[in-house]
Design a protein around this ligand. Structure first.
Ligand code: SAM
Ligand code: SF4
Length: 467
């Protein structure tokens, strides 16, 4: 274990002792609540926060009335920021009634200097603030906050350090994310991620494999390899290793039965990766391949470094090589300068690739990004275009999912169905959800399910008994 991880473990111990004293005063254990905004990366970071809190002696809860509440924030679009400000108001009311309550903020939004200014000025009741680069120091910062009973704010501009090997409290015992790289060097002109997550750093393959092996031993069957652009994995590491090679190594880990990854940048997706996916028994039949726009002109303005034609060629090649694969995407409407003609190009790509699903976003102006100073598209135009994109995406997805009708496919059972407890909810390798009769003993197992009835974006099914 590296020295920083050891140091942080010492802080967890110190926190543990400090909390024990508080417990005696309170006559009960202290509770903590972690609220996550944003992407898979943040979800994984929150599991790390939860792991530290749990080891320090907190009881974790979803209730924001907890003794310690921390928001792990996202700033990719402005509405995520607004939601945080809105909810902070409610936390303040709670804190007024319970002055011992502590409030923390971390994550991408905290890397923006203007946000920190605003919080200091208008939300001065927040007790702990840190950013994305020093998340591994959470135990130390939390200890300092409790011990001094003073506000602790620590934001770093960047780091080269990768500190793992700290406690993690996984949301699901049978599946887990694994960070394979951090940051991003792509600088798409609309995107704030490179500014708040720092430059791209790959983690050593041996560390990733060791983590995958440990997870498998702990009962994990499905891993998701996480990075902003997994296709450029390995850049900058001594002894070159590509993402395809890493996948082949993860495939060898006994006990891991399913491998997913996110996100693939189209410009870096190699033929080798398509081959590895096609020939693998463990890599899931799902590829998330963000398009952003179908117009070559807008793609250039976005600095995406591929054209409409290149994207189409790539997506159709993947469809040909792996016919069962589900291809999903991200699309932005309303990027500066976008015209009706550009939107027609996007619709054309949706029709040709036939996306199995898509996240559609209205462009959000992010201060500090190059697109923020470009001429913006009036909101009314964007709204109408967004609706057109969304309805085509939904119609295509509804048709695509019918490809699997009446097939028997394997589902990883994730939970009891929220609406009907006689059903369980499973995920197919193509990421489609299926609900079928079953009980909690099935959670975490991979079972064959016949897809009997398509309900729009998901299936109802029945379990097929294995011979
Ligand atoms: N690294 C990934 C990639 O390149 O596809 C995506 C990371 S980003 C957190 C997820 C998605 O948010 C992007 O694919 C993009 O569609 C969307 N996004 C990023 N910046 C945005 C902005 N300023 N306005 C609207 N959507 C945005
Ligand atoms: Fe943002 Fe582009 Fe990096 Fe994805 S690849 S995180 S969209 S800059």
């Amino acid at each position: 274990m590296n020295s920083e991880a050891l140091l942080q473990r010492e802080y967890i111990e110190k926190l543990h002792t400090l909390l024990k004293e508080r417990e005696e005063d309170y006559g009960r254990k202290l509770t903590a609540c972690v609220v996550t905004f944003g992407c898979q990366m943040n979800a994984r970071d929150s599991e790390k926060l939860c792991g530290i809190l749990k080891d320090a002696g907190f009881i974790l809860t979803d209730d924001e009335g907890a003794d310690f509440v921390i928001y792990n924030t996202c700033t990719v679009r402005d509405n995520a920021n607004q939601r945080v400000y809105g909810r902070l108001g409610a936390l303040y009311s709670m804190k007024k009634k319970d002055p011992e309550k502590k409030i923390g903020l971390c994550g991408c939004m905290m890397q923006e200097p203007s946000v920190i200014e605003k919080i200091k000025k208008s939300y001065s009741f927040v007790d702990l603030i840190f950013g994305t680069h020093n998340l591994y120091r959470f135990a130390e910062l939390l200890y300092r906050m409790y011990e001094s009973n003073e506000k602790v704010i620590e934001i770093w501009d960047g780091t080269d350090r990768i500190v793992e090997e700290l406690p993690v409290d996984r949301k699901y015992p049978f599946k887990s994310g694994i960070n394979i790289m951090f940051g991003c060097d792509n600088y798409c002109n609309y995107c704030i991620v490179p500014y708040v997550r720092g430059h791209e750093r790959s983690r050593e393959a041996k560390d990733i494999l060791r983590e995958a092996e440990a997870l498998a031993k702990d009962g994990v069957k499905e891993v998701m390899l996480l990075g902003q652009n997994v296709n450029s994995y390995g850049r900058g590491l001594d002894g070159s290793i590509t993402f395809s090679e890493l996948l082949k190594e993860v495939e060898k880990v006994d006990g891991i039965e399913r491998i997913r990854f996110m996100t693939s940048h189209p410009k870096d997706l190699s033929d080798e990766l398509i081959k590895v996916m096609r020939d693998s028994k463990k890599i899931c039949d799902h590829l998330h391949l963000p398009l952003q726009s179908g117009s070559s002109r807008i793609l250039k303005a976005m600095n995406r470094r591929y054209t409409k034609e290149q994207y189409l060629e790539l997506a159709l090649k993947i469809r040909e090589e792996i016919p069962d694969i589900a291809i999903t995407t991200d699309i932005i409407t309303g990027f500066p300068g976008e015209t009706d003609e550009d939107v027609e190009d996007t619709l054309d790509v949706i029709r040709k690739v036939r996306f199995d699903n898509a996240f559609t976003f209205i462009y959000s102006r992010r201060t500090g990004t190059p697109a923020a100073s470009m001429e913006q598209v009036p909101e009314v135009l964007t709204k109408e275009r967004f609706d057109r994109v969304l309805s085509l995406v939904q119609a295509t997805a509804k048709e695509q999912i019918l490809r699997y009708d009446k097939r028997t496919m394997s589902a990883l059972v994730e939970e009891i169905n929220e609406q009907d407890p006689s059903l369980v909810t499973g995920r197919l390798t193509n990421n489609t959800i299926v609900h079928f009769p079953g009980d909690k003993s099935l959670i975490g197992s991979i079972v064959p399910v016949k897809l009997t009835e398509c309900r729009g974006f998901y299936y109802l099914g029945e379990r097929i008994q294995e011979e």
